[in-house]
Design a protein around this ligand. Structure first.
Ligand SMILES: *Cc1c(COP(=O)(O)O)cnc(C)c1O
Length: 314
């Protein structure tokens, strides 16, 4: 039911200098180390989604994202590892000679550029293409934005089981992650619920959608996970989504986000990305500064994004 594509378990690291400086105990789950070209959080979801795709005999994979989508790049990588054709539907705007897009091209992904309006109804666009490809004899498997359906979210349900072997989770007060499509948050929340652990998950929303959208989506995804035979109590999920750290726009860091990337890199040799983890990290520092609490940050990857925004960062 799950392929073994990521290097697991990823390490947990204590950030001693930042902990001292900000007055709380700060640990990082290094999911930026899950792979190299397939790095970040998406490969954990893709372990389940590609198992399903291969079981169903897929020959072509369709997915979508921004031009610099980490999800699209990781999907292209896994598809090519299995010799599958992959078509990426990428929203216009963003650097095209660097970062994730460069890797998509090297991997031989087919790229279809879509407008903002087309992206809003991407399911219809997928259906149309699926029909065309199927008439040519392909077997098409569609992976939703961010790989965030209930099956993909199982990847982060598993991260909680993995963490439970690595650390005494009862000693922690909170887990913090970035929220883009909600699957990572849903998986973490479900895993903690399954183990009966009381710590809360703080999701830092980096999109233009409101927090309420993700609160509903997490509940839906977790409900859907029960279909895989998991005992979950959807009325007792312990999480919160904050809208306070979205910055100027999706994929556009604020000056504070840029400063955080430089500070964390120079003080802890940890590289955050400008789209997701810098915003989430800043949200965590502001929320827990001088609280004395013990907090685990999930570093969800995104390294290639810094190359696509190099001018902003130096
Ligand atoms: C996609 C992504 C996220 C957000 O994860 P979701 O499951 O989509 O909410 C966070 N960080 C990075 C680096 C990502 O690529």
């Amino acid at each position: 039911m799950r392929l073994d594509l990521a290097f697991k378990p990823t390490p947990v690291q204590h950030l001693k200098r930042l902990s001292k400086e900000y007055g709380f105990e700060l640990y990082v789950k290094r999911d930026d180390l899950t792979e190299l070209v397939g790095s970040g959080n998406k490969i954990r979801k893709l372990e389940y989604l590609f198992a399903d795709a291969l079981r169903k005999g897929a020959t072509t994979i369709l997915t979508c994202g921004g031009v610099q989508s980490n999800h699209a790049r990781a999907t292209a990588y896994v598809a090519r590892r299995f010799g599958l054709r992959v078509v990426l539907f990428l929203r216009r705007g963003g650097e095209r000679e660097n970062g994730n897009y460069l890797l998509d091209r090297l991997l031989g992904a087919e790229i279809v550029e879509v407008t903002e309006e087309e992206y809003e109804k991407i399911d219809e666009v997928f259906e149309e293409y699926k029909g065309i490809l199927e008439r040519k004899g392909e077997r098409v498997y569609v992976i939703p934005e961010g790989g965030s359906n209930s099956l993909g979210a199982l990847g982060y349900f598993n991260v909680v089981l993995e963490l439970n072997e690595q650390q005494n989770l009862e000693e922690f007060d909170a887990i913090v992650c970035a929220v883009g499509s909600g699957g990572t948050l849903a998986g973490l929340v479900a895993g903690l619920n399954f183990l009966g652990l009381k710590l809360k998950v703080l999701g830092v929303n980096v999109t233009k959608r409101p927090a309420s959208f993700f609160v509903e989506k997490v509940k839906e995804l977790v409900s859907g996970m029960k279909e895989y035979g998991l005992q979950l109590n959807v009325s007792e999920l312990n999480f919160e989504v904050t809208d306070e750290f979205q910055g100027p726009a999706y994929a556009v860091p604020s000056d504070e986000d840029v400063a955080i990337i430089k500070e964390v890199a120079s003080k802890e040799a940890l590289i955050l990305d400008p789209v997701y983890t810098a915003k989430a990290f800043r949200g965590m520092l502001q929320t827990y500064e001088n609280s004395g609490k013990k907090v685990l940050f999930v570093h969800t990857g995104g390294l290639f994004g810094i190359f696509a925004q190099a001018r902003r960062l130096i």
